[in-house]
Write a protein that binds this ligand. Structure first.
Ligand code: DON
Length: 559
């Protein structure tokens, strides 16, 4: 493995400006995960095979962000059919979930951070079922083979990354997280440091069981029992998940949401993610402006993008939830005439202030405004294989370290805190209210773009909670309108507007604009270290180039 990694760094790391990879490529959040995916691609595996191998390794090496105890959305482009499909592995609420599950005794929403640790926030994990479903359709290598790199690493140990060590050291609550404290302890009881070799024999055994028995081995039997036991008997806030809830979990294949932006076709994740609709809305809302007007780090570019983002977030909050439970007007929200009208609300001179949701055509239900806040703990990978199949997958345990509990070597998610804590407002239901069997609203936006020749052009996505929407939309504007290559696009400072203050990532180019943005009426906030993790692949003449977000620890590798 060591030799392989040395080789990988010597020959396949592709910095900006390097020759493109000719055959296949993977961009993911950690070099070991990317290497595992690359190994599969080299053995003739499909992009889906590579994603599975990479996800298993991420469960081990980036447990703070994603894993088999969480959920994911995967977009797949199949050049044989020319179609994009998507797989929904979002967590579901157990049967015991109630609309008021995150309210205090007085009926008020509890502080978001307080609701995260413990069993109550854990949704039935969806990643394993989703990966199996995608593998049945698009896998080329044997399922068990895809677990080999992760099993080896879990048994032999992996070096703790700087990001993981930093976040463990910076977490004041770690004393109250017995599983985390135990697993990440050095022999002397202090927390592991970057570079320490960590083994996870429990996870290796879990991987072996799923490799042999498929998703069934996860959703029934000893692993399912361990999840239920932990949810019930973890140190705080027990939840009510049952073996039946786990056995009943189903991943769903869904049609993606697609639109045309200028000459490009874009497809992204449909509900229960709001990410796809919102990213596509932002692009359609700025489409009437010229590409130079949208240039990154300029007054117009920031202003127009922020206005479009306000409008998209207003609709997202009002109308989007699990389509199995609420009538989401997907078609209306992406209706070109509706979006043209909405775009007229943008004026070049001043901030519109808080945007109200529109009334898209085909709206069949009226919902109350939401009360949802999402947090850290997600990872994105983009992959292209030898046959030109493309995967864009965003995967998550929700908050950093999920519910802060572990079972059988993996972190359990806290995805249920992505529900609106308030279920009913002004006598109306909130679209994203908790309910048994329901999937909480997501912002994840794995996206695939096709060029004017109809061929695959870009795969992109990011972690970052609701900010994902602006990270992905901003990167697409930079690449499609600004002509930036992936490396330059992901390195741009971020501009966010979730229909509140204008948030600018700390950077001299943006700071210089603050007085003029304030004059337009914005309340401007500047933040350091935005939590994006954009992993992008672009088709270029002769092959593919890719990039990993400099804010995280990923790589883009290929041959
Ligand atoms: O599904 C969602 O949108 C959130 N649970 C994702 C959280 C996230 O991206 C945190 N990333 N750093």
């Amino acid at each position: 493995m060591k030799r392989l990694l040395a080789l990988l760094f010597a020959f396949t790391l592709l910095p900006a400006g390097a020759a493109p990879a000719k055959h296949h490529m993977i961009a993911a959040a950690n070099p070991y995960a990317a290497e595992a995916g690359l190994e599969m691609l080299r053995q003739g595996g499909s992009a889906v095979d590579a994603a599975i191998a990479a996800q298993m390794v991420l469960t081990l090496v980036e447990p703070e962000s994603s894993g088999i105890g969480g959920g994911a959305f995967m977009l797949v482009f199949d050049p044989k059919t020319g179609k994009v499909t998507s797989f929904d592995g979002r967590e579901t609420a157990p049967t015991s979930a109630t609309p008021g599950m995150f309210l205090d005794a007085a009926g008020n929403p509890r502080p978001h951070r307080d609701a995260i640790p413990g069993g109550l926030s854990v949704g039935v994990p969806g990643a394993v079922a989703m990966l199996e479903l995608a593998h049945k359709k698009y896998g080329k290598l044997a399922w068990a083979k895809l677990f080999e790199p992760a099993i080896q690493l879990a048994e032999n140990g992996f070096p703790v990354t700087k990001k993981l060590a930093r976040l463990l050291a910076a977490n004041p609550d770690i004393a109250a997280m017995p599983d985390i404290k135990r697993y990440f302890a050095r022999p002397d009881g202090t927390l592991v440091k970057a570079g320490d070799r960590l083994k996870n024999p429990d996870l290796a055994a879990t991987f072996r069981a799923i490799a042999k028995g498929g998703a069934r081995a996860f959703y029934t039997g000893a692993i399912a029992q361990a999840i239920v036991d932990k949810v019930h008997n973890g140190s705080i806030q027990p939840g009510g998940m049952t073996l039946k809830d786990l056995a009943r979990y189903r991943a769903v294949e869904r049609a993606p949401v697609c639109t045309i932006y200028r000459v490009y076709k874009l497809c992204s994740m449909a509900p229960p993610s709001s990410g796809g609709i919102a990213v596509l809305q932002i692009l359609k809302l700025v489409e009437r402006f010229s590409s130079p007007q949208l240039a990154p780090n300029t007054l117009d570019g920031v202003h127009l993008f922020a206005q479009a983002s306000r409008l998209a977030f207003a609709d997202r909050g009002r109308y989007v939830g699990d389509p199995a439970f609420v009538a989401v007007p997907v078609k209306g929200l992406l209706d070109p005439t509706y979006l043209k009208d909405r775009s007229r609300l943008i004026n070049a001179t001043s901030d519109m202030g808080e945007a109200s949701p529109g009334t898209p055509p085909h709206t069949r239900a009226d919902f109350a405004p939401p009360d949802t806040k999402e947090r850290e703990g997600t990872s994105h990978m983009s992959i292209v294989d030898d046959a030109g199949r493309v995967v864009s997958m965003t995967t998550t345990v929700e908050f950093l370290l999920g519910s802060e509990m572990m079972a059988k070597g993996f972190i359990l998610n806290n995805q249920l805190t992505d529900f609106s804590f308030v279920a009913v407002k002004d006598g109306k239901m909130v679209a994203n209210a908790p309910a048994p069997g329901k999937r909480p609203l997501s912002s994840m936006a794995p996206t695939i773009v096709f060029g004017k020749d109809g061929k695959f052009l870009i795969a992109v996505g990011s972690p970052g909670g609701p900010a994902i929407i602006d990270y992905v939309a901003g990167t697409l504007v930079a690449m499609l309108d600004g002509g930036l290559d992936p490396a330059r696009a992901v390195a741009l400072p971020h501009v966010l507007n979730m229909n509140g203050p204008l948030v600018l990532e700390q950077n001299p180019a943006l700071t210089a604009l603050v007085p003029r943005l304030t004059a337009k009426g914005y309340e401007v906030r500047t933040l350091q270290n935005e939590s994006s993790g954009l992993h992008v692949i672009e088709r270029v003449p002769g092959g593919y180039i890719g990039a990993a977000d400099p804010r995280r620890e990923g790589v883009a590798v290929g041959d």
